[in-house]
Design a protein around this ligand. Structure first.
Ligand code: SIN
Length: 297
């Protein structure tokens, strides 16, 4: 085969897809791409660039298997295994089942995932770079996911508050809301000593710099941030409450209304998110992978 023919052959594998900004423009949808087909480096590079420009990317109509979901996620980095091992997908420990479905009275997935605003795994030394959530079963109503742009949260913070928080650090803990959630849900078992060891509290900057774009973002959340270090408790709580309210205000949000086979890939270094809630009687099931990121700075 000539060099020309080889090049033509490779180009025939290139996919013809569009990236269309969604309202708010930090989210965008990818239309016409099939992640079940081989993805050339050129197409992958285009997706990477799009993801840096739009930290919430919605890939429409992805009829992919869990193995394909895992393989695509792995192209962005090593995957993380969630501490709630009982909700791993059989044969795919990297996939966490997010679901309110019960089979024979037992939950099949983590049904209360994301009920407070958060950035995934911010309680780890190396929080998630990004998460990929793939729709399996969607409720007829509800079940939306809200995203809030944390670069805009930083950009719009009043100057005096920017100066006050710029060099502060905060503690993040997986256990911050654990007992509260456990008291009202069937999904949270008591953690074993080994699990507790996996989720020891960590300290991160309140304002982080995105390692790839250099943009600053607020990095605190209602779900996992417990206190600002070196501040008296009352002052720390008051400051966190102010930051939580600012960082999740409606003007900074994109509401994702799920469509069948959506795969949503968000950048946890740029956005926080919240599961907006699903009526208990309507089944909802999604598969989630998380990619390990850098230590925030
Ligand atoms: C999550 O927080 O990862 C789950 C979000 C959702 O279920 O909408």
């Amino acid at each position: 085969m000539t060099a020309h023919a080889l090049l033509d052959d490779a180009h025939s594998l290139l996919q013809d897809f569009d990236i269309r900004p969604l309202p708010g423009s930090f989210a965008a949808e990818v239309v016409g791409l099939d992640l079940g087909r081989p993805l050339l480096d050129e197409d992958f590079a285009r997706i990477r660039r799009a993801h840096l420009a739009h930290p919430v990317l919605v890939f429409r109509g992805q009829r992919i298997t869990p193995a394909q979901h895992v393989a695509f996620s792995r192209r962005f980095g090593p995957l993380q295994i969630h501490v709630q091992k009982k909700f791993q997908l059989a044969g795919h420990p990297e996939v966490l089942i997010v679901s309110n479905i019960k089979e024979n009275g037992a939950p099949i997935g983590l049904g209360d995932a994301g009920h407070f605003w958060h950035s995934d795994l911010s309680y780890k030394e190396k929080p998630s770079l990004g998460s990929l959530l793939h729709a399996q079963v969607l409720p007829a109503e509800g079940g939306d996911t809200l995203f809030a742009d944390q670069h805009a949260a930083w950009d719009t913070l009043p100057e005096a508050l920017k100066a006050r928080v710029a060099t502060l650090r905060a503690e993040h803990s997986y256990l911050a809301k654990y007992e509260e959630l456990r008291a009202r849900s069937p999904w949270r078992p008591a953690l074993t000593a080994a699990q507790l060891e996996e989720v020891k509290p960590v300290v991160h900057p309140v304002v982080r710099t995105h390692p790839e774009t250099g943009r600053k973002a607020l990095f605190v959340s209602e779900h996992f941030t417990t206190r600002i270090v070196d501040l008296p408790e009352a002052e720390s709580q008051a400051l966190l409450a102010e930051l939580f309210a600012h960082s999740t205000q409606p003007a900074l949000q994109y509401r994702h209304q799920w469509q069948p086979h959506d795969l949503v890939f968000w950048d946890n270094r740029s956005v926080t998110h919240l599961a907006a809630g699903t009526p208990d009687h309507l089944p909802r099931k999604l598969y989630r992978t998380t990619i390990e990121g850098d230590q925030p700075f």
